[in-house]
Design a protein around this ligand. Structure first.
Ligand SMILES: *Cc1c(COP(=O)(O)O)cnc(C)c1O
Length: 390
C-alpha cells in the first residue's frame, strides 16, 4: 500500500499522444516506403515545421546534435575555426563544434536569463571565430538583436541552438524569421518529440541545398547514378518519426499557451520564497514555450542544491540539477579546445560557475499540471527551504 505524501501531485505524462499519432503511424506504414526518399511524411513535416516558424526551409534530421553539426558544417565550421558557445548548456552545443574539428570557446551567461552574455561573446571573438551559438535556454530567446548585430559587424555567423525553443517568438519574429540557422531537437523530453529526431531551419535556399546534400551522403534528391556531389553522412529522418512529429506540432500552440500561464503563476509563487530566484525573462521574448521551469538558490553550493533535488524527486516532483558547466566535463576536454585551463575558463565565467551549482529545473510537464498542483509544488519548496539548515 502506497501512502507517500506525493499523492497530492498529479503531473501529466510525457510524451503525450492520441489518435493523431496513431493515424500518422499507420499512414506512414501503409505508404509501403519508410524512408524520406520513398514517402511523403518527412517532406510534409518539413513544410509544416518551416511554415510554423516562418522559415523559408526546414530539414529534418536524426537528432538535435546532428542538426547542430550539419548547421555548423554548412556555415564553414571545421579545423582551424572557433565557435563561441555558452559555458552553461547541454553538452551537445560544444560536442557538435568539436566533432567538426573546430574549437568550442565557452563564454559566460546572463545571471537572469541564463542565455549567453553578449559582451562576453564580443570579448571572445578572434580571427578564427566562424560562428556564435546562442542557446535559447529553457525557451527564453537569447538577445538576438544584439547577437545578430555583433555577428554581422564582426563578419561571423549566428547559429541558434533552439533545442528548447519550439514555437518561441522574439520581438515580433518567429525563430525562423531571425535570419540565421536554427537547430531543434525532438528527443523524448523535448517540447515535441518522436523519441529521437531533429531539424534545421535555414534562412535561404543555398544553405538548404548544401544541408540537404550533406544529410543524404552528398547525393542530390534525383540522383540515380551514385554521383555524390559533396561529402556528408546519413542524417536522414525516417517516415514514422516524421508522421509523429506532424501530430506533435499540431498540439504545440495549446501546450505553449498553458505553460506560459502556469509559469506566470509558478514564477510569482517562487519569487515570494526567500532565497529562491526564478529564471528572469527578457520581455522581448514574446512567446516562451518553457522547456524547463528553472530557478536559482543563490549562494547554495552544489551539494546542498543536489540534496534539495533528491528531496523533490523523493516527494514526486520531476526536478533536476542544472547542466554542469561544459568545461567541467571530461568530454569537453577530449575535443579540440581553447588554449586555456578549466580554471582559467572558470575565472572568466563566474555566472556559469554559480548557476551550474545553484540552479534547479523542473520538467515542463509540471507546467501542464493544474493550478492547484502548481501551488502545491511551491508550498513544498517553501517547506523544504524553511526546514533546510542554513
Ligand atoms: C537536447 C539538446 C540538444 C541535443 O539534442 P538531441 O536530439 O538530444 O541530440 C542540443 N542542445 C541543447 C541545448 C539540448 O537541450
Amino acid at each position: 500500500m502506497d501512502s507517500r505524501p506525493e499523492a497530492e501531485f498529479e503531473f501529466p505524462a510525457w510524451p503525450q499522444f492520441d489518435d493523431a499519432e496513431r493515424i500518422g503511424l499507420i499512414r506512414a506504414l501503409e505508404q509501403g516506403q519508410w524512408w524520406r526518399m520513398g514517402g511523403s511524411e518527412v517532406d510534409s513535416f518539413e513544410r509544416e515545421f518551416a511554415e510554423y516558424h516562418g522559415a523559408p526551409h526546414a530539414l529534418a534530421v536524426t537528432n538535435g546534435t546532428h542538426a547542430l553539426e550539419l548547421g555548423l558544417e554548412v556555415l564553414g565550421v571545421g579545423p582551424g575555426t572557433e565557435v563561441i558557445v555558452p559555458a552553461f548548456t547541454f553538452i551537445s552545443s560544444s560536442l557538435a563544434v568539436q566533432r567538426l574539428g573546430a574549437v568550442a570557446v565557452p563564454v559566460d551567461i546572463d545571471p537572469e536569463t541564463y542565455c549567453v552574455d553578449v559582451a562576453a561573446c564580443a570579448a571572445a571573438i578572434s580571427p578564427r571565430t566562424r560562428a556564435i551559438m546562442p542557446v535559447h535556454m529553457a525557451g527564453q530567446i537569447a538577445d538576438m538583436d544584439a547577437l545578430t548585430k555583433l555577428a554581422s559587424d564582426a563578419g561571423v555567423e549566428v547559429i541558434q541552438d533552439a533545442a528548447h525553443a519550439h514555437g518561441a517568438r522574439w520581438s515580433g519574429s518567429r525563430v525562423g524569421e531571425l535570419g540565421s540557422i536554427a537547430a531543434f531537437s525532438f528527443q523524448n523530453g523535448k517540447l515535441m518529440t518522436a523519441g529521437e529526431g531533429g531539424a534545421l531551419l535555414l534562412p535561404d535556399n543555398d544553405l538548404f541545398e548544401a544541408a540537404f546534400l550533406r544529410h543524404s551522403c552528398g547525393r542530390p534528391r534525383e540522383d540515380r547514378r551514385y554521383f555524390h556531389r559533396t561529402s556528408g553522412s546519413n542524417y536522414r529522418l525516417n517516415e514514422f518519426s516524421a508522421s509523429i512529429l506532424r501530430a506533435q506540432l499540431m498540439r504545440l500552440d495549446e501546450q505553449v499557451e498553458l505553460r506560459e500561464r502556469r509559469w506566470r503563476l509558478l514564477r510569482g509563487l517562487l519569487a515570494e520564497i526567500p532565497g529562491v530566484r526564478p529564471q528572469g525573462r527578457d520581455e522581448r521574448c514574446e512567446v516562451n514555450p518553457h522547456y524547463m521551469a528553472m530557478f536559482r538558490l543563490p549562494g547554495w553550493g552544489e551539494d546542498r542544491r543536489n540534496a534539495l533535488v533528491d528531496e523533490l524527486v523523493a516527494r514526486g516532483v520531476p526536478a533536476f540539477a542544472a547542466f554542469r558547466a561544459i568545461y567541467r566535463t571530461d568530454g569537453f576536454w577530449q575535443g579540440p579546445r581553447p588554449d586555456e585551463t578549466a580554471e582559467e575558463i572558470a575565472a572568466r565565467c563566474p555566472v556559469s560557475e554559480a548557476v551550474s551549482q545553484d540552479c534547479v529545473w523542473l520538467h515542463h510537464r509540471v507546467l501542464l499540471a493544474s493550478e492547484r498542483t502548481i501551488h502545491a509544488v511551491a508550498t513544498l519548496l517553501a517547506d523544504l527551504l524553511g526546514s533546510s539548515p542554513r
